[in-house]
Design a protein around this ligand. Structure first.
Ligand SMILES: C[S@@+](CC[C@H](N)C(=O)[O-])C[C@H]1O[C@@H](n2cnc3c(N)ncnc32)[C@H](O)[C@@H]1O
Length: 233
C-alpha cells in the first residue's frame, strides 16, 4: 500500500541521497533538462518525455513505491530521456541542482504540491526558501519555473515567496493573477482530476531574470530556521 502522505520532516527523510551521474540517467545526457518536483506516479513526465525526445526529464518524489512503479513504466516504454528518483526534494535537491552543468536546466515544475493545511504543518510544504534559491541558482536567465495548484491557500504563499526573491518575472503575456491555460502540453494526474470536477486551477509560469540569488550557504537555514521561510499567509 502506498501512503497518502509522507512527512518530509521525519528523520528517515533527512538523509541526503546521491545524484547518479547524468550518463547513468539519460542516453543523451547533454540534452536540455526538465525537472518535476513531486512527480508522484510519473504519468505527466511519461507523456512529456514521449512528446519531447530532444529533452531529458527528471521526476523526483518522496514516496519510493511511486518512484519504483514510475520507473517500471519508463522501462516498459523504452524511454531513455526520462528518469525518476526517490528523494526528499528539501534535503537532496540543493546539492543536485548545484552539480548540474551550467545552462542544462530548462524548466522546473511544481504541480499540485501537498497542501499541508494546518499552520503548524506549513513547514512540511515542498517550496521553502532554500529550495527556491537552489532552483534560482540552477536556472539560467530566461528559463522557466511553472507552479500550479487547485488550492489558493497553497499557491498564494508560493507565489509570494517566488516574487519576494526578485529572481523571477511573470512574462507579460501571462494573464494576471493566474494563467487560464496550462502552457505545457500534458496535464498532471491531479490536474485531470481537478478539471474533471470543474474546479479552478491557479497557475503561474515564471521566467528567470538576471538577479542573483544569495550564494549557497548564505540562505536563511539555521538551527532556529530550518529553511522554512515562507512569508506569513
Ligand atoms: C498532491 S501530489 C501531486 C502529484 C503530481 N505533481 C500531480 O500534479 O498529479 C504531490 C506529490 O509531491 C510529493 N512530495 C511531497 N513532498 C515532497 C518532497 N519534500 N520531496 C519530494 N516529493 C514530495 C508527494 O509525495 C506527492 O506525490
Amino acid at each position: 500500500m502506498v501512503r497518502q502522505h509522507v512527512n518530509p520532516l521525519s528523520s528517515i527523510h533527512q538523509v541526503p541521497r546521491p545524484l547518479p551521474p547524468p550518463e547513468g540517467l539519460f542516453a543523451r545526457a547533454a540534452q536540455p533538462l526538465q525537472l518535476d518536483i513531486g512527480a508522484a506516479r510519473g504519468r505527466f513526465l511519461l507523456e512529456m518525455a514521449q512528446r519531447e525526445p530532444g529533452s531529458n526529464f527528471l521526476g523526483v518524489e518522496i514516496r519510493r513505491p511511486l518512484v519504483e512503479a514510475a520507473e517500471r513504466d519508463r522501462q516498459a516504454a523504452g524511454l531513455e530521456n526520462l528518469h525518476y528518483l526517490f528523494c526528499n526534494a528539501n534535503v537532496s535537491l540543493e546539492a543536485w541542482l548545484q552539480a548540474l552543468p551550467a545552462g542544462l536546466l530548462q524548466r522546473v515544475t511544481i504541480q499540485f504540491p501537498d497542501p499541508w493545511f494546518k499552520t503548524k504543518h506549513h513547514k512540511r510544504r515542498v517550496l521553502q526558501l532554500n529550495l527556491l534559491q537552489a532552483i534560482a541558482r540552477a536556472l539560467a536567465n530566461g528559463r522557466e519555473l511553472f507552479v500550479q495548484s487547485d488550492v489558493l491557500a497553497v499557491i498564494e504563499p508560493m507565489v509570494g515567496l517566488i516574487e519576494a526573491s526578485g529572481c523571477f518575472v511573470r512574462p507579460l503575456h501571462d494573464s494576471r493573477p493566474w494563467r487560464h491555460t496550462n502552457p505545457l502540453a500534458v496535464p498532471t494526474e491531479r490536474e485531470r482530476h481537478v478539471l474533471a470536477q470543474g474546479l479552478p486551477v491557479y497557475r503561474v509560469l515564471y521566467r528567470r531574470n538576471d538577479v542573483d540569488p544569495p550564494p549557497l550557504g548564505e540562505g536563511e537555514r539555521g538551527a532556529d530556521n530550518p529553511g522554512s521561510s515562507l512569508p506569513p499567509p
